[in-house]
Design a protein around this ligand. Sequence first.
Ligand SMILES: NC(=O)c1ccc[n+]([C@@H]2O[C@H](COP(=O)([O-])OP(=O)(O)OC[C@H]3O[C@@H](n4cnc5c(N)ncnc54)[C@H](O)[C@@H]3O)[C@@H](O)[C@H]2O)c1
Length: 315
Amino acid sequence: MSEIPVIPGQAVFDAIDPGTAIERTREAFERYGRGEWEMPAKVYLDSPPYGDFRAMPARGDGLALLKWVTSFPGNSARGLPVVRGEVLLSDAETGEELAVIECSSVTSLRTGAAAAVSAQVLAADGAKSVGIIGCGVNGTWSARCLAAAGFGPGVCADPRGEAAQALAGELGWRVGERAEAAAQDVVVTVTPGHEPVILAGDLHPGQHIAVLGADAHGKREVELEAIGRCRAFCDEWEQASAGGELANGVEAGVIRREGVTQLGDVLVGRAEGRRDSDEITLFDSTGLAIQDLAICRAVYERWREGSVDAPVVTL
Ligand SMILES: NC(=O)c1ccc[n+]([C@@H]2O[C@H](COP(=O)([O-])OP(=O)(O)OC[C@H]3O[C@@H](n4cnc5c(N)ncnc54)[C@H](O)[C@@H]3O)[C@@H](O)[C@H]2O)c1
């Protein structure tokens, strides 16, 4: 029998601030880049016409986890979360279960943190202003993490005016049109990926674009012509070329493996990041299980220190 904590989402947010999420997520990309953390590609289970389930395992630093998570884009209209599920954290030496952790909190922190890490690594010197296109759950956490990393102020764009207003109000940023958000130094797209929200005509030299919403096959946030004008980076090539924004470029023959750099490779010095101040960098985030491991490891450490309140269950 194992006694394990079941850690609710609010306890995760109370334990891990955006600065910690950024630090831990950056470390995850580095450890994965050095081959110290393991991660098979995520498995998608379609649930048409509603969305899909994803199974995401990873192992590192004596821990292993499985995240079982949804992306059901139509859920917002039904008043339900798009992303929901749980993480099962285990001991990698004995296989013993260690914790069950609510996953949309983990997803939000690591997704927002990945946008911030990509900007820290790839944005041009002096880049400050931010455009957020899609101010839902993960757009909001991306903005919070970018603000924690010293970026901003920013422009918040969303057809749901109340979502853009709430985010702008919280951070002291402003609400704007899509094209205005797309013109900022650092632009983050976190929409359901039904149509392009970055057009070739929006781009100008020196921008950094972090594309987060298109994390499964069939989604798209960037016009093909715009992708062709950017220097492409991704979190992990197998995932990004199969189900990320770059998959659209691969299918159209605009993107090839040798033209795409993984963020971890830049962090460990194996590949070049931005080459000059005019380059437009595009980071395709599909969301990695190693990012979840980074956050869950931090949450579990806090729980062991006694600073996370969670009910314990016996399995
Ligand atoms: N890359 C990753 O790691 C990662 C992680 C989590 C979620 N996602 C993906 O990000 C997307 C958003 O997830 P979420 O949980 O934030 O959903 P959400 O529903 O909370 O937010 C999406 C927001 O986009 C807005 N939107 C829709 N069309 C728009 C448009 N044309 N222009 C501007 N805004 C628009 C919606 O009004 C909504 O506020 C989903 O596709 C999800 O699968 C990616």
